[in-house]
Design a protein around this ligand. Structure first.
Ligand code: ADE
Ligand code: ZN
Length: 358
């Protein structure tokens, strides 16, 4: 096995994955037809092309319109875990969904959450990939709507719903405005994270000070993205010192921004931040969890042992109990030992082949 295959086959967690962003083009076209939603194109190769971040967010909202029945929701979460398990040996995911996208089309919280749970349970049985859910606030709709959404999830508790997130365009909903929604969630025992400082928004739109607000005002114990904090070394130092994990995503909605993203992830790594490699919206960005690890491990020039540490660090950043983390770490280590052994023997073999070819 070569190093790229090893990175791809490492056991992994993904803690930053939006369910509405996981539909393969074929599934999206299917659901759009079934539910009478028109899409900009029916060409599978063109359906996920975006002018910019805002064009991408519009598409997400349109995708959400295509997911209507409980069975549709179940199909989406089932396929998300099935595909990620096959593409990159995903073992565990904490996945976002936006109830507010669906409220707008008359769908109640129970339909979506129970549909997603049904799909997760089926994927867990068939593929052994475990899933949990994080309802996410659409910050563009403002603080009052966020409070209503959080009330809904508190009134309809589910074991698989373990936290609260927040996404969409940061300048349209700054973190501090959502203090009440987050306070309610924390009081109900939910863990908290938020999208912040994403590098496809400017420093004025998504400034480093927002990271401090997410930690101090919202009580986040994890951050999604965080790249723009690099503009303020004091904020980087604060995150490094408290060890808060950042879920960084190797791919983004516009290909011309990839170089910037990879440089930012490298600088965050060099700055000593605790990183978890994730996918965000994999088919929409033309990637998967295996490719995400290959990209980041190669960019950071990681050795096989360092890549294994990266995969294990992901477990520490999950919201599992300490017992569950211990069990998962044991299983990951056993799998990694087997992979390491296969890598050693065949990479020596391929080195020999290269030498004999030369
Ligand atoms: N929703 C889905 N992906 C997102 C992202 N990367 N940023 C903000 N909102 C999102
Ligand atoms: Zn995201």
């Amino acid at each position: 096995m070569n190093q790229e295959q090893y990175f791809r086959r490492l056991p992994k967690v993904d803690l930053h994955l939006h369910l509405a962003g996981t539909l393969q083009p074929r599934t999206l076209l299917d659901l759009a037809r079934k539910n009478g939603v028109s899409l900009p194109t029916r060409d599978e190769d063109r359906i996920y092309r975006f002018r910019d971040f805002y064009d991408f967010l519009d598409m997400l909202e349109r995708i959400a319109r295509c997911i209507v029945s409980k069975g549709d929701f179940a199909r989406v979460s089932y396929e998300a875990l099935r595909d990620a398990g096959a593409a990159g040996n995903l073992r565990y995911a904490e996945m976002f969904f936006n109830p507010q996208y669906h409220y707008a089309h008359g769908i109640d919280y129970e339909t979506m959450v129970d549909g997603y749970i049904e799909g997760i349970e089926a994927a867990e049985r068939e593929f052994g990939v475990v899933g949990r859910l994080i309802p996410s606030i659409n910050r563009e709709l403002g603080p009052d709507a966020a409070v209503d959404m959080v009330r809904d999830l508190i009134e309809n508790p589910r074991d698989r719903v373990i936290g609260l997130g927040m996404d969409c365009a940061e300048y349209k909903g700054k973190p501090h405005l959502f203090a009440e929604a987050y306070r309610m969630a924390r009081r109900a025992g939910l863990r908290c994270t938020a999208h912040v400082c994403e590098d496809n928004q400017t420093l004025e739109q998504a400034p480093p000070s927002h990271v401090i607000d997410c930690i101090e005002i919202l009580g986040c114990d994890r951050l999604d993205h965080g790249y723009n904090m690099l503009a303020d070394p004091a904020v980087v130092g604060r995150c490094r010192d408290c060890g808060i994990p950042c879920t960084v995503c190797s791919h983004t909605c516009v290909a011309s921004r990839l170089r910037t993203r990879w440089d930012n992830i490298s600088r965050m790594h060099e700055g000593g931040l605790s990183l978890v490699v994730c996918t965000d919206d994999p088919p929409m960005f033309g990637t998967d969890i295996g490719q995400a690890y290959v990209t980041v491990c190669e960019e950071l020039r990681m050795s096989p042992a360092e890549a294994a540490d990266l995969s294990l660090a992901g477990i520490d950043a999950t919201w599992l109990s300490n017992d569950e983390k211990r069990g998962m770490r044991r299983r990951f280590k056993a799998e990694i030992d087997v992979l390491m052994a296969a890598l050693d023997s065949s990479s020596e073999g391929s080195a020999r082949q290269e030498a004999s070819r030369a």
